[in-house]
Design a protein around this ligand. Structure first.
Ligand SMILES: Nc1ncnc2c1ncn2[C@@H]1O[C@H](COP(=O)(O)OP(=O)(O)O)[C@@H](O)[C@H]1O
Ligand SMILES: N[C@@H](CCOP(=O)(O)O)C(=O)O
Length: 305
């Protein structure tokens, strides 16, 4: 049987950073942020050419082991076959190993780009299938759900298959991130988690995660209690003591702060107007970056945009 046909034109994909967990929603909740990687993918006559600017330009591989290329390859296989050659041009802005979903962004960009350059790709791989595939590659569904769908997402796994719903966060919420210079690999941070947790802690997180859905969408005044976590942040403190100390310090001052994803970035969810105050409270040594909320998730854009 003949393989799929491919578009001759290049495809440009924009993919957002994401913050997973948001305190109590371990491996479930995700928020899409207005900080983006861009990739242009073009089917070529032969070979694989990768060009990288920005984050990872000095360290990422330029071969088949590149995460975005692995994601492209897996998706092409699923769509019926590989193109003869590929050109991939990456403009990376999401920092790596900081808990802002750079790996999810690379994976989602690869899936969406492969689907877009394959003629008939969109009919053969729907949104649900993309989420399942992205989760399979990433290992957990929270970042990839927010990265694909944008907004505020709640992901779960049903009989082994990832599912997610998307909600709109309240427009008054401003994400402020404090990004440490040193990375911590998600794999390392996951390795610090215990296999079992006290029932009382699991019960506390269930209540707070439910409250967080209401707080983040409609009642931001509840964000402080709604972002309390007992299941992962303190266990990860040995790998990121300064970040967990900052979270605890900001929370003691009434700021809803959490470890972003697997860390070490700290995320504060403040109401418009309080962003400057949070930057001051964090104090010396911490640079505050105010981000926008992202609504659109991973998107195919016109080439010139
Ligand atoms: N744009 C990218 N292109 C290729 N690989 C990437 C890209 N972004 C992230 N990665 C890979 O993912 C790793 C970071 O993943 P991870 O430890 O899960 O941290 P993060 O919290 O940033 O997702 C990087 O070290 C790199 O191997
Ligand atoms: N739920 C995951 C989230 C990892 O997010 P990342 O941005 O650090 O990759 C976890 O907490 O391990």
């Amino acid at each position: 049987m003949a393989g799929p046909a491919f578009r001759a034109a290049a495809v440009r994909v924009r993919t957002p950073a994401t913050s997973a967990n948001l305190g109590p929603g371990f491996d479930a909740l995700g928020l899409s942020l207005g900080l983006y990687d861009d990739v242009v993918v073009r089917v070529a006559e032969s070979g694989l050419h990768i060009d990288i600017a920005g984050e990872g330009a000095d360290s990422l591989p330029r071969d088949e082991s590149h995460l975005l290329v692995r994601s492209l390859r897996t998706t092409f296989d699923l769509l019926g076959g590989q193109p003869r050659g590929l050109e991939v041009v990456c403009a990376n802005r999401i920092p790596h190993g900081r808990g802002l979903g750079s790996s999810a962004a690379a994976i989602c960009a690869g899936i969406v780009a492969a689907r877009a350059v394959t003629i008939g790709g969109a009919e053969r791989l729907d949104e649900r299938a993309m989420l399942e595939l992205a989760t399979e590659i990433e290992g957990h569904p929270d970042n990839v759900a927010a990265c694909l769908l944008g907004g505020f997402t709640l992901a779960w796994t049903d009989g082994g298959a990832a599912r997610a719903i998307r909600m709109d966060p309240a427009g008054s919420i401003v994400p402020v991130v404090f990004v440490p210079g040193r990375p911590v690999a998600t794999e390392t941070a996951r390795g610090l988690l215990p296999r079992q947790v006290p029932h009382v802690d699991a019960a506390a997180n269930a209540g707070r995660a439910a409250l967080l859905v209401e707080a983040l969408t409609r009642r931001p005044e509840l964000l402080l209690p709604a972002t309390e976590d007992r299941l992962h942040q303190e266990y990860r403190a040995p790998a990121m003591p300064e970040s967990v100390a900052l979270v605890n310090r900001l929370r003691a001052d009434g700021v809803p702060a959490v470890v972003s994803g697997a860390g070490p970035t700290v995320l504060a969810l403040v109401e418009d107007g309080a962003a400057d105050k949070v930057a001051r409270l964090a104090g010396e040594g911490w640079a505050a970056n105010r981000l926008a909320l992202d609504a659109g998730g991973t998107s195919v854009l016109p080439l010139a945009a």
